[in-house]
Design a protein around this ligand. Structure first.
Ligand SMILES: Cc1cc2nc3c(=O)[nH]c(=O)nc-3n(C[C@H](O)[C@H](O)[C@H](O)COP(=O)(O)OP(=O)(O)OC[C@H]3O[C@@H](n4cnc5c(N)ncnc54)[C@H](O)[C@@H]3O)c2cc1C
Length: 447
């Protein structure tokens, strides 16, 4: 309400009171009193905003040098309601958002909110090793284009995947290669937002849910939960916003098991169904960039040695990236993303040099670490609803393959939510059923 309007209200109220005061009867005086209280209240409300602004200024002046602004209304709060909340703004979360918006029948009919706790990331913690891509995935570059913006460039490098095995050797199919993970994530994000998806930076720290007792086919009583709202804690603030929603998607990567714990999954007695955790945890992986002018050169595919070590060309200047997954017993600490350089000396370099003697003379130029969303049960993705939470869909546990799976996973989850079942690819085998039945579908080609 601007100043002119406020003054007008005050003035009109006062002149009205003055006129009635001159000519009014007893009943009129009672009306006047009621009316004058109403005007005062209205004036108070109208002044409130000014007074709050003055208080804010006073408090900020009392804290010179501080950029902290008390009582500031946070413009970055998520909306109070959403149809679907996706927790995790990584490549999988944004792919799901894109497919949901792309498939919705009524344009902008569905409010899809993506919540990401790390404002600097909204994606994988590191630039991972190169994923394979087939021609149909490459066509994503066309689908993800946004009008009046630069075309999507995934920086696709056409080259092979070569897995070496101790008794046999096989090369990848045609049209494989690697691409830039950030470009794919940003392409999904940009397109999803252009279609109306909402992005919010904040951490999901809690849920509100209702409980229901269901009877199973074996006449057992089962308590299931239905999420009513998601609590989004704003970054560097005590402020939070509950978001009421119909559906939640758990795309929280390495932390999806922790998110499920907030709903009691894995927290019940060990022999109960609630005692079975979502078997996904962070596993730290190092990637080393090495320089070796005499290395295998331009024709070098992404080579995965049977020892577990992998390498591929990085650009055209004699650089390569390389790494290996540690033994189960030597899994590094996941409380930080520090790189263990000794690990390269002891575990990676000797194997590299054994495969390509020129690598004896390499020089490490840089390195980074990131977390796999590691599925400890069978190192495969988990896609679908959890039987104990009737409105949370999972897309997690890809154990180092999440990037290359993300386009298909996004579409699969959107189909589950919007069509009630898988339509394009039947991914039923990736559901929670295999975990409850204790029937692992082991992924053996984890790099
Ligand atoms: C070194 C390395 C190499 C890799 N190489 C390959 C490869 O060659 N090919 C391949 O396909 N994949 C590869 N990957 C794996 C790939 O990066 C992951 O599988 C993929 O990024 C998973 O995507 P995601 O969206 O599921 O999870 P993430 O990228 O981990 O995103 C999940 C997001 O959820 C957010 N989050 C978590 N909890 C909350 C919460 N409570 N509230 C709000 N936000 C939350 C996190 O901040 C995170 O950004 C590699 C990974 C690493 C670490």
């Amino acid at each position: 309400m601007n100043v002119i309007t406020k003054n007008k209200v005050k003035q009109t109220g006062r002149s009205f009171l003055f006129t009635i005061g001159l000519f009014g009867s007893r009943e009129t005086i009672i009306y006047i009193t009621t009316f004058s209280v109403a005007v005062k209240f209205l004036t108070f409300c109208l002044d409130l905003e000014d007074q709050l602004a003055a208080m804010r200024k006073k408090a900020a002046d009392a804290l010179p040098g501080s950029s902290w602004m008390p009582f500031e209304i946070n413009p970055n709060l998520p909306p109070e309601t959403a149809d679907i909340v996706i927790v995790g703004g990584g490549v999988v979360g944004w792919s799901i958002a894109y497919w949901l918006k792309q498939k919705e029948r009524l344009p902008r009919g569905m409010r899809v909110l993506v919540v990401e706790r790390d404002p600097s990331v909204s994606g994988p913690v590191v630039t991972p090793a190169p994923p394979t891509l087939n021609p149909s995935s490459v066509s994503q570059q066309e689908h993800l284009g946004v009008m009046n913006e630069d075309p999507v460039d995934l920086q696709f490098n056409h080259s092979g995947y070569l897995f070496l095995a101790s008794v046999s050797c096989y090369a990848g199919l045609e049209n494989e290669g690697w691409f830039d993970p950030w470009s794919l994530l940003n392409a999904f994000r940009r397109k999803a937002i252009s279609l109306g998806a909402i992005q919010c930076f904040g951490e999901v720290t809690d849920f509100k849910y209702t409980t229901h007792i269901r009877t199973t086919a074996d006449e057992e009583q089962l308590e299931t939960r239905r999420i009513k709202s998601v609590k989004v804690q704003m970054p560097n603030s005590m402020e939070y916003q509950p978001v009421e929603c119909a559906i939640v998607v758990n795309a929280a990567g390495a932390y999806s098991g922790k998110l499920a714990e907030m709903l009691g999954i894995g927290r019940g007695p060990q022999d109960s169904i609630y005692g079975l955790p979502v078997p996904v945890e962070p596993r730290k992986r190092y990637v080393y960039v090495v320089h070796c002018p005499d290395g295998p050169g331009l024709d070098c595919p992404l080579l995965i040695d049977y020892s577990g070590v992998y390498f591929r060309r990085e650009g055209l200047g004699g650089n390569y990236i390389s790494g290996i997954s540690p033994e189960e017993a030597e899994e590094p600490d996941t409380s930080n993303l520090e790189v263990d350089h000794q690990f390269f000396e002891d575990k990676v370099w000797p194997k590299l040099a054994q495969r390509v003697p020129a690598f004896e003379k390499l020089k490490v130029t840089s390195a980074w670490a990131g977390f796999y969303d590691y599925n400890t049960f069978d190192q495969n993705g988990i896609i679908g609803i959890h039987p104990l939470i009737s409105n949370m869909y999972f897309a997690t546990g890809f154990s180092g393959h999440g990037l290359q799976h993300s386009p298909a996973v996004g579409r699969a989850v959107a189909e589950l939510i919007l069509d009630g079942g898988f339509k394009t690819l039947n991914l039923k085998r990736m559901s929670f059923s295999r975990i409850f039945a204790q029937e692992p579908m082991l992924e053996q080609n984890i790099v």
